[in-house]
Design a protein around this ligand. Sequence first.
Ligand SMILES: Cc1cc2nc3c(=O)[nH]c(=O)nc-3n(C[C@H](O)[C@H](O)[C@H](O)COP(=O)(O)O)c2cc1C
Length: 210
Amino acid sequence: MMSIEITAQARKTLKLLGDPAAPLASPGLSRETVEELVEAAGWAPFHRPAYCAREQGVGVVEPWRFTMLDGPACRVLLSRLSEIPKPPGKIANMLAVADALLLVTWLPEPSDAGKWEASDFNMEHIAAGAAAIQTLLLAATARGIGNYWSSGGALGTQDAFSMLGIEESDVLLGAVFLFPEPPEDAEAAPGKMREKRSPSHAWARWAELG
Ligand SMILES: Cc1cc2nc3c(=O)[nH]c(=O)nc-3n(C[C@H](O)[C@H](O)[C@H](O)COP(=O)(O)O)c2cc1C
């Protein structure tokens, strides 16, 4: 088992781009494996219960929700992308080869001012959801599963949500792609910021209290 520091460093964005006209036939990851990763994600810290559980007594307390697609479901989604008016861009290339996709949404507090507003509760819901995604990425990395946290583009629209049975009030925090071992001829792209990182002393300092 990799130490957490080694795993954190080994985690890196892998964007595997396939041909939407010739999607991979592989069965993808087993549902069991995907569920193990999601189980790990569920150990992320969270502070405020989701509004529905806190104030209405319905639903679960976690402020995040995961919608899981296995490999075959990724291919079905690929074939139905035309039902989502927003252009899919590279999402289509990734759905052609992904072993699984996890759409991670967070649950905003109800608001009269648009979908969600800046509030301490919302900030903490987003932070908790992000911690859950990072935990999942680390669990995938520890198992040697290539992964990519995407903003999700077209997958964050209401059209995609209604197709996938995601609550209208949710907000997409990440579309997490899990990929197979890249085939020889596959196009694989890294994260744009990977090589731009600063040493920790550039963004961390000891408080000086005199
Ligand atoms: C909230 C969030 C959203 C992201 N969305 C995208 C995205 O839409 N497209 C993309 O190319 N990378 C996206 N990334 C991945 C970053 O580009 C990547 O983490 C960064 O380049 C550093 O590379 P590394 O992950 O290999 O360390 C996202 C990362 C985070 C945390």
